[in-house]
Design a protein around this ligand. Structure first.
Ligand SMILES: Nc1nc2c(c(=O)[nH]1)N[C@H]1C(S)=C(S)[C@@H](COP(=O)(O)O)O[C@H]1N2
Ligand SMILES: [Mo]
Length: 385
């Protein structure tokens, strides 16, 4: 099992460039100011949703990560702070003799062991996962990024040698079989082979230099960079190659609305790729005092969408227009194809009150389904100006 997970800091450079709009950095108006505190976002949820503590059990288990303390240096989430959605089912706890069954439209069905995967493990770079059910009630704490290692799916396609008509592959993981209040038991997702190749999908075996933790899918989980977490099947035990008549799985139907499908497609060919559009939200509001005046600094994150991120616009008050972010955006360490970045915006409200902060892309050609729905609106109460 040597080399089953790799700790490689020298990841290959990202082939894609970074948009220069992200790199321009105006002089900092807070350079001589003093930090005077932090104002809570979404007060109601802040008082009722615990962070960094496992709540619930099985399919209902959740650990919400705390985004409010993010800095450019902590955009990669330590394993114990990475959000959890579903803890390890009892049947998946015996990881020593793990196997993955390869079947369907292949010349011969076979069973892969961890020893088969070991030599194929390579560094896969930093990628984030967001749960499609990330929400205000979760304090939007169902998003985290890690530096992964694993086996590229293309390497497994080479091993399995599926036939030409095997356009699709069903990837199945062990799941809790008990009823749940938040989820349907059973975890499988059907992809086209091309989708997995285009996304550089991989079976992860290592996370931030450690073996994959049990609750994150040990010993093998799927990561599809740029797709919502519901497609990132944990405790993978089977891959079955099929043609384009494949039916959508229960898991896909459960997540149809949350991945912006039209209705609940019965067939995979009618199911759109569960990708994350460009999105952005504030994670904290800092209060600064300088030259006898108060300045608030909104700190936020951006993620998802296509390779090149357009400039972002922010609106702090529904009665005011959107304006360009005036702070300095810092992208997460390369290689990162998910546009995970932190940004700031300095703001001087003129009256105390409750403000609703939203963002949008300064490019109407870029699809931003969730921003268009004001999905990530965050509220803040300003007492002092
Ligand atoms: N087998 C299995 N895989 C699963 C799930 C599950 O319930 N069972 N949940 C999915 C969902 S909805 C998300 S958001 C991610 C969460 O991954 P994490 O717990 O490592 O953050 O796992 C996905 N993979
Ligand atoms: Mo999810």
């Amino acid at each position: 099992m040597l080399g089953f997970f790799l700790d490689e800091r020298t990841d290959a450079a990202s082939p894609e460039g970074t948009d220069s709009a992200w790199m321009e950095c105006p002089p900092d108006p807070l350079a001589r100011a003093v930090r005077a505190g932090t104002v809570m976002l979404d007060e109601l949820e802040a008082s009722s949703t615990p962070l960094h503590r496992l709540v619930g059990a099985g399919l209902d288990a959740r650990l919400f990560t705390d985004l409010s303390s993010l800095t450019p240096d902590s955009l990669v989430t330590p394993n114990e702070r990475f959000f959890i959605r579903t803890t390890c089912p009892p049947r998946a706890r015996a990881t020593e003799r793990w196997t993955i069954a390869i079947s369907g439209l292949v010349p011969r069905a076979r069973t892969l062991t961890l020893d088969d995967l070991g030599p194929l493990v390579v560094p896969m770079g930093t990628h984030l996962i967001e749960c499609a059910g990330n929400a205000r009630s979760a304090r939007f704490g169902m998003i985290s990024a890690a530096r992964w290692s694993g086996v590229p799916l293309v390497a497994l396609f080479d091993l399995a040698a599926p036939s030409d008509v095997a356009s699709h592959v069903v990837i199945t993981g062990i799941d809790h079989d008990t009823a749940s209040v938040t989820s349907v038991p059973g975890a499988s997702w059907v992809f086209t082979r091309q989708q997995l190749i285009d996304a550089h999908a991989f079976l992860a075996t290592g996370m931030n230099g450690d073996p994959l933790p049990l609750d994150h899918g040990a010993p093998v989980r799927l990561i599809v960079p740029g797709w919502y977490g519901c497609a990132c099947i944990k405790w993978v035990e089977a891959m079955r190659f099929t043609d384009d008549r494949a039916a959508a799985t229960d898991q896909m139907k459960e997540f149809a609305a949350r991945t912006h499908q039209h209705g609940v497609p019965a067939l995979v060919r009618d199911y759109e790729a569960a990708t994350m559009d460009l999105a952005a939200m504030p994670v904290r509001v800092e209060k600064w005092r300088g030259d006898g005046r108060l300045i608030y600094r909104i700190v936020g994150v951006a993620w998802g969408g296509a390779t090149r991120t357009p400039p972002l616009l922010i609106r702090v008050n529904p009665r005011e227009p959107f304006v360009p972010l005036n702070g300095c955006p810092v992208p997460a360490p390369a290689p990162l194809r998910d546009n995970w970045a932190i940004w700031t915006h300095n703001w001087q409200p003129t009256t105390p009150g409750r403000y609703e902060i939203v963002l949008k892309a300064d490019d109407s050609a870029v699809r931003t389904r969730r921003l268009d729905l004001y999905f990530y609106t965050r509220t803040v109460r300003i007492d002092e100006v």
